[in-house]
Design a protein. Structure first.
Length: 187
């Protein structure tokens, strides 16, 4: 398995995949490592993950994601959902106020969702799998929520497709490090 540094250096978004399934044991391992190894705001664990492998369901997601071809090709699609419904249920069980039924509840959950998606990404990439994130999730948030049958205050935030890479793209450059300081005069 690659180290974190090797994984980051080797990262490329992958949009062509071999058809090979990912063994369930590897999926379980990656998800468990990510969940237990990622910080969680107030340890609320306010996210859920939906795994899609079924070709019919993948095609429904493909249509909602602007028909991006690689969603059909990749053997695994993971939809990461901000789930402050579960948090609210916990509060209810404890007789506490419904404090998270607001924008803050969404924002805390959405932040955690992005963190867990990156941890899961690193876990798969460290094992030689390729991923591509799908920002199209936000464009069809409501429709994807309905298709996945999510409860209220549980919304999809991001998605990754995962599989064995069938391409070797060049590294895509970023802005130079000096650009990552806020300034009113970026050029
Ligand atoms: C939040 C997020 C959303 C993205 N959405 C898409 C997408 O919908 N389709 C796509 O092909 N790539 C998507 N990407 C991948 C980016 O295009 C890619 O990360 C960027 O071009 C840099 O390339 P690299 O990841 O190979 O370094 C997304 C990446 C992120 C972080």
């Amino acid at each position: 398995m690659k180290t974190v540094a090797q994984t980051l250096v080797g990262h490329r978004s992958i949009r062509q995949f071999k058809p090979d399934e990912i063994p369930q044991s590897i999926i379980d391992e990656v998800l468990h490592e990510a969940v237990t190894g990622t910080s969680s705001s107030g340890n609320l664990n306010s996210y859920s993950m939906v795994l899609t492998r079924d070709p019919v369901r993948k095609r429904q997601l493909y249509e909602l994601h602007g028909e991006q071809e690689f969603i059909l090709q990749a053997p695994l699609v993971i939809t990461f959902c901000a789930d402050w419904y579960r948090t609210r249920q916990w509060l209810k069980l404890r007789g506490a106020r419904d404090n998270f039924n607001n924008f803050l509840g969404y924002q805390v959950a959405a932040n955690e969702t992005m963190l867990i998606s990156q941890s899961v990404t690193l876990g798969f990439e460290a094992r030689g799998y390729g991923i591509c994130s799908m920002g199209s999730t936000l464009h069809a948030m409501q429709e994807i929520a309905e298709q996945l049958g999510l409860p209220e205050t549980c919304l999809p935030i991001t998605t990754i497709v995962v599989g064995i890479p069938d391409e070797r793209p060049e590294r895509r450059e970023r802005l130079p490090m000096r650009a990552f300081r806020p300034t009113r005069n970026p050029v």
